[in-house]
Write a protein that binds this ligand. Structure first.
Ligand SMILES: *[C@@H]1O[C@H](CO)[C@@H](O)[C@H](O)[C@H]1NC(C)=O
Ligand SMILES: *[C@@H]1O[C@H](CO)[C@@H](O)[C@H](O)[C@H]1NC(C)=O
Ligand SMILES: *[C@@H]1O[C@H](CO)[C@@H](O)[C@H](O)[C@H]1NC(C)=O
Ligand SMILES: *[C@@H]1O[C@H](CO)[C@@H](O)[C@H](O)[C@H]1NC(C)=O
Ligand SMILES: [Zn+2]
Length: 409
């Protein structure tokens, strides 16, 4: 192996170690955690905005801290604006209100200095909340409480709704990553860092010997945290990385227990449990699943028995590199004209405003394989109030970019 190939390979291994979260076996779906083949540089697919350059060895929180080092804003735990009142931790009155239709609409205004690519990046990060939860970010009209998303000095946010216009700082040079934007928006929704949960000592060991006294408060544990009855999540977008605030190069400050090799500090965006927690905190009745890994499978509920009436489920398929390819193995849905009853629809991206890859499909003909243009694909399954069938079963994998076919075919 020449040096270049070796470096690419080493970067990939590091990338894999940092990047692959553990999987939750959620909603009758699985995703494998091991890459199936060695990736080449061309295949390493990340989607930083054009203004950001990717460092292969940085997780989300590394990026946040790097930028906030120079911030003049006083911050707790690295990126949280302290509250004036002291009893903030359960944030009982700081959730955003739910409308009678079940949607939680959070008004926002964007910094006028953002360019088109920044606005697109922020909208993409928001669209995932909309596809997977009942949180909708809406342009502010005259609402009293709203988010002012600005390119201030760093990546930071308040915790929960504080009243009036509250800043979420998403600085142009350094915070324009989907995972970073989602992390700061989750703080504004009322979420703390995952490792500050009351039960964290059962899941991670804090290595105080590598944390300088001044940084110790950043590892505070909140005894009264609202854990929502959902498990601790090493793969949360709200989890620090292993080396956060270390004062000794190479020495981790947070080590998962009992298995120290479990990856923490991811870089892809919300995890499946992050989504479940938002849906629980905000009482959203959503059926949504993130499948994160180089390959995996999904089935309609109860398959191969019949699915239920009146369901509405989405799966966000997210591979680490290359493009998602979806392959149906079984397909049997109520057949209606124009598939207005039960149907499966597939989008090229992570939201329902992404381009459509496969329009409403029903009946019993197995659809052709579908390849997305990136590492993200959204699968939607809707059923009406009458007639059911056995539903579908499908697998997905990450595939290489299609080469342009030869001229002499
Ligand atoms: C790191 O932090 C520990 C614990 O606070 C301290 O004893 C040690 O001297 C620090 N090391 C360095 C290099 O600052
Ligand atoms: C959650 O929503 C259901 C109906 O959608 C409602 O009956 C229930 O009271 C809500 N709970 C809370 C805590 O808002
Ligand atoms: C998963 O399976 C359980 C039990 O079979 C079912 O109640 C649930 O609705 C299923 N979820 C989805 C998303 O298919
Ligand atoms: C299950 O779906 C099949 C069509 O695929 C239908 O003929 C059958 O009646 C359904 N069974 C039930 C119990 O709804
Ligand atoms: Zn944070």
């Amino acid at each position: 192996m020449d040096l270049k190939r070796f470096l690419v390979f080493a970067a990939f291994l590091l990338h894999a170690a940092l990047g692959f979260p553990i999987q939750e076996n959620y909603e009758n779906s699985t995703a494998t955690t091991e890459p199936t083949e060695v990736t080449t540089q061309e295949d390493i697919y990340e989607s930083p905005l054009p203004t950001e350059t990717d460092e292969e060895d940085e997780d989300i929180f590394d990026k946040i801290l790097k930028v906030n080092k120079d911030s003049s804003q006083f911050l707790q735990e690295g990126d949280i604006v302290p509250r004036r009142s002291r009893s903030a931790i359960n944030c009982r009155h700081c959730n955003w209100p739910q409308s009678s239709d079940g949607i939680v609409r959070i008004p926002y205004v964007l910094d006028p200095t953002y360019e088109e690519s920044h606005v697109k990046g922020i909208h993409d990060a928001m669209a995932e909340f909309e596809a997977l939860t009942c949180i909708n970010f809406v342009k502010r009209k005259a609402e009293r409480d709203y988010l002012s998303i600005r390119s201030a000095d760093g990546c930071w946010s308040n915790y929960g709704r504080v009243g009036g216009g509250q800043t979420v700082s998403v600085m142009k040079g350094g915070c324009m990553w989907k995972g970073v934007i989602q992390h700061e928006l989750e703080h504004a929704l009322g979420f703390l860092h995952e490792h500050s949960r009351s039960d964290r000592d059962k899941h991670v060991k804090i290595m105080w010997e590598y944390i300088s006294p001044a940084d110790r408060p950043d590892f505070k544990k909140f005894e009264n945290s609202n854990n929502l009855g959902l498990p601790y999540d090493y793969s949360s977008v709200m989890h620090y990385g292993p080396y956060t605030f270390t004062n000794t190069t190479g020495k981790a400050t947070i080590v998962p227990i009992p298995d120290g090799s479990v990856p923490i500090g991811q870089r892809q965006g919300m995890s499946n449990l992050d989504v479940a927690k938002i849906n629980k905190l905000y009482n959203c009745s959503r059926c949504s699943t993130i499948l994160d890994g180089p390959s995996g499978s999904l089935t309609s509920a109860n398959h191969p028995k019949n699915y239920s009436d009146n369901t509405n489920c989405v799966w966000l398929l997210r591979t680490r590199s290359r493009k998602v390819s979806l392959h149906f193995q079984a397909f049997q849905l109520q057949k209606t004209r124009g598939c207005q009853g039960d149907y499966v629809k597939v989008y090229d991206g992570s939201s329902k405003s992404s381009p459509v890859l496969m329009d409403k499909t029903c009946g019993s003909k197995i659809p052709n394989d579908i390849v997305a243009s990136s590492n993200l694909m959204l699968v939607e399954f809707i059923t009406d109030g009458a007639h059911t069938a056995s539903g579908f079963q499908a697998t997905f994998t990450a595939v290489r970019r299609q080469r342009r076919s030869s001229i002499h075919n």
